[in-house]
Design a protein around this ligand. Structure first.
Ligand code: CA
Length: 709
């Protein structure tokens, strides 16, 4: 399959072996092959087929009727006496393999107890596993193979803080690796580290979290640990660290709130933290030298070291990540973790591939690696032990770190059953947890009907997707070659029907229906990817003076916050964040990515407006309906020569009979006369108190909310 040495033998199914023989060796011809068993005896194989290759290798399919005990070392010998280890290859992809080796215990990994430590590693194709304790004096222990291919070791002491590696004999070679389920690591993952979570406890503030009845009550604010405090003017001491997000009452140079206090003041209910698991591309020994968002996982259950106050201290990163999450909980804010279970940084060096080669990464039936993630590998979520790994990993973050929900990067690479199992597990651990994801249709080698993408939303009723229809039509097209195209709020009123569909979370037939329920739609115009909406407006509304672009920017923020579904804001969007036109800043500098707190001071009106629209959403149940049936019963629309009017009507006060949203993206002033007096709840100035009118005006580029009791 790899065809890197002159002779390879792959067990691709039970009894079925693929042979690759280099044509530089006896013309790649052999009339006979033998299976050499662990006891040294030979058994002749039957040649089923032979493919004369045009390339460097000939391929044979051979068969053995011998029982192969998986995990035992076998060899294949060809007629000239050349022999190679028999590799456990695509056999690991068979349903029978999963059936025989699926292990459902909850004791995988390293579990320190009061007076003991238990090690368990799932490695069914390995013939030997040696545990290496790397602190001096270095010690090695042969691990015992037990049921389902789990290798175990018991130590009679609590080994909290100790470093370890595994040496695994598999497919004829020794692989040295960290533990795929390790809880911590030395800097840059040179060794795994045992963590006794009970020795790294922090005070929990679950009681401070407000009741959350439904996911449409959430208002999500996406941020990067590094970016939020990187700037000198942030007023935050622990720059670019977990602890930077724990500092309260920090100030910008002119005395505005920054950091955590800024988030609390905005009123959002959830923060979404960009990758905080261990990723590869920032050198933890020199964390400020390189910049990367971190969508390149190495250790899924280990907090990233570059966010720690001391990356060389494996306990600190655990303690500080836990402290950060509780700092949010203490303020009544829940934490959604951005997880990247769809691919790893580098397959060959990853612990998955070193422990059970071929198992964890998706391949086509011919053995070719699937690359739906466009990152050279796809995690094979529909293998039972891969699914279990992801489930256990999510459970670890929820139990040990108190995470409240997950945002799945490239969820469309994963499969529906895995996502539904994660959702069910999350709800059982925390009934008010939430799962959202990027439901794009990725070209991964899974059948269309089981891909966890938006097209299959009805099969994942409790999972929400980033709504790109909303993004593309409210703001305007996102791709760089369409960057000059406007959306409805940036001035193209021909999208008025699309705007209707977007504002109700694309969940009603007749308009563009994408979701069954509004609880499945994450409404956004800006996230860490692509141009910020301010930078987009600079491209698609070049003709507008700055003050009009600010108005359009506010119009988009208002639309996100008053639409049915789950509103999502990107940090800094509330003060017109710019990345100087860079559309993909994943490895740009801190200067491009950091939150510019000076900019907050320049755009206090937009901050206040965002705050007001958040407050309005929280105050008004009408914007947070749970079902499409409830929306359908109450909503109606009116076109007003380019302006959109959304009208919600209630039989009983809730607390109003009627609520209208007028969205005017045009340069015209509109006049509206109501039959009787209405309250003006909000306009471009933000929330209004006790303002009543019968004759009203809707200014250009504004959104106005009226209500009648
Ligand atoms: Ca790292």
């Amino acid at each position: 399959m790899r065809k890197t040495v002159r002779f390879e033998a792959h067990l691709d199914d039970y009894g079925q072996i693929s042979i690759y023989l280099s044509r530089q060796f006896y013309n790649g011809k052999s009339d006979v092959f033998y299976l050499k068993k662990p006891d040294g005896s030979l058994s002749k194989c039957q040649i089923l087929s032979f493919e004369f290759s045009q390339g460097d290798y000939n391929k044979y399919m051979i068969q053995t009727l011998e029982h192969i005990e998986i995990g035992q070392p076998y060899e294949i010998t060809e007629e000239h006496g050349l022999k190679v280890p028999l590799q456990y290859s695509l056999i690991t992809k068979t349903a029978r393999f999963d059936h025989e080796f699926y292990y459902d215990g909850d004791d995988l990994g390293v579990h320190p107890l009061k007076d003991a430590t238990n090690f368990a590693l799932w490695a069914p194709t390995a013939s030997r596993v040696i545990l290496e304790m790397v602190d001096k004096p270095r010690r090695s222990y042969e691990m015992e193979r037990t049921e389902k291919g789990v290798f175990r070791h018991h130590s009679p002491t609590n080994l909290h803080g100790k470093k370890y590696l595994y040496n695994i004999l598999v497919n004829g070679s020794w692989n040295t690796t960290t533990d795929p389920v390790a809880r911590s690591a030395t800097s840059n993952n040179s060794a795994s580290v045992i963590i006794d979570y009970t020795q790294v406890e922090v005070e929990r503030f679950t009681q401070n979290l407000p009741v959350m009845e439904k996911v449409t009550d959430a208002i999500i604010y996406e941020l990067s640990i590094r970016d939020f405090s990187a700037q000198a003017e942030s007023g935050i001491s622990a720059k670019s660290q977990f602890l930077g997000l724990c500092e309260l009452n920090t100030k910008t140079p002119n005395g505005s709130r920054s950091g955590l206090s800024h988030i609390v003041d905005l009123g959002v209910t959830h923060v979404q933290i960009m990758p905080m698991f261990d990723f590869s591309t920032v050198d933890e020994d020199n964390p400020s030298t390189f910049y990367n968002w971190g969508y390149d996982p190495v250790q899924y259950n280990v907090p990233e070291g570059s966010f720690s106050s001391d990356p060389k201290d494996p306990i600190k990163r655990v303690l500080e990540a836990r402290t950060m999450i509780q700092a949010f909980h203490q303020q009544g804010i829940r934490v959604i973790m951005d997880v990247v279970y769809n691919h790893v940084y580098e397959m060959e060096s990853n612990a998955f591939e070193k422990v059970v080669p071929y198992y964890y990464f998706r391949r086509s039936s011919s053995g070719a690696l699937s690359n739906g993630s466009f990152c050279n590998n796809d995690v094979d979520s529909n293998r039972l032990m891969v699914r279990k790994f992801i489930l256990d990993s999510c459970k670890c973050w929820m139990e040990a770190y108190d995470i409240d929900g997950f945002r799945f990067d490239l969820m469309g690479v994963l499969d529906i059953d895995t996502m539904n199992a994660i959702e069910a597990q999350s709800k059982s651990l925390k009934p008010d947890s939430m799962i959202i994801g990027e439901g794009w249709n990725m070209p991964t080698s899974l059948p269309e009907e089981i891909k966890a993408n938006m097209g299959n939303q009805s099969k994942m009723p409790h999972i929400a997707h980033f709504n790109d229809f909303f993004r593309e039509h409210v703001k305007g097209r996102t791709s760089t070659n369409e960057i000059t195209m406007k959306g409805y709020c940036s001035g193209d009123v021909s999208f008025i029907d699309a705007m209707k569909a977007a504002m109700i979370g694309n969940c009603l037939p007749g308009l563009v229906k994408i979701f069954d329920q509004p609880t499945q739609s994450v409404n956004y115009v800006e996230c860490h990817d692509n141009h910020t909406s301010w930078d987009k407006l600079r491209e698609c509304c070049k003709e507008d003076p700055r003050e009009i672009r600010v108005k359009k920017h506010k119009l988009m923020i208002g639309s996100v916050l008053l639409a049915q579904g789950i509103p999502f804001l990107h940090s800094g969007q509330e003060f017109c964040r710019t990345k100087n036109g860079q559309h993909n800043s994943y490895r740009s500098s801190d200067a491009i990515n950091q939150i510019d707190w000076i900019r907050k001071e320049r755009h206090m009106d937009v901050v206040q407006y965002t705050k007001d629209m958040i407050a309005l959403r929280k105050r008004m149940p009408v914007f947070r309906m749970k079902t499409s049936a409830a929306i359908e019963k109450r909503v109606s629309f009116r076109n007003f020569d380019g302006m959109l009017v959304i009208h919600y009507m209630y039989e009983k006060k809730n607390p109003y009979h009627d609520v209208w949203i007028y969205i005017n993206p045009t340069n015209q002033i509109y006049y509206e006369r109501f039959d009787d007096y209405v309250e003006i709840l909000a306009n471009e100035a933000g929330l209004l108190e006790d303002v009543r009118a019968q004759n009203t005006t809707i200014n250009p580029y504004t959104l106005v909310v009226f209500a009648r009791k």
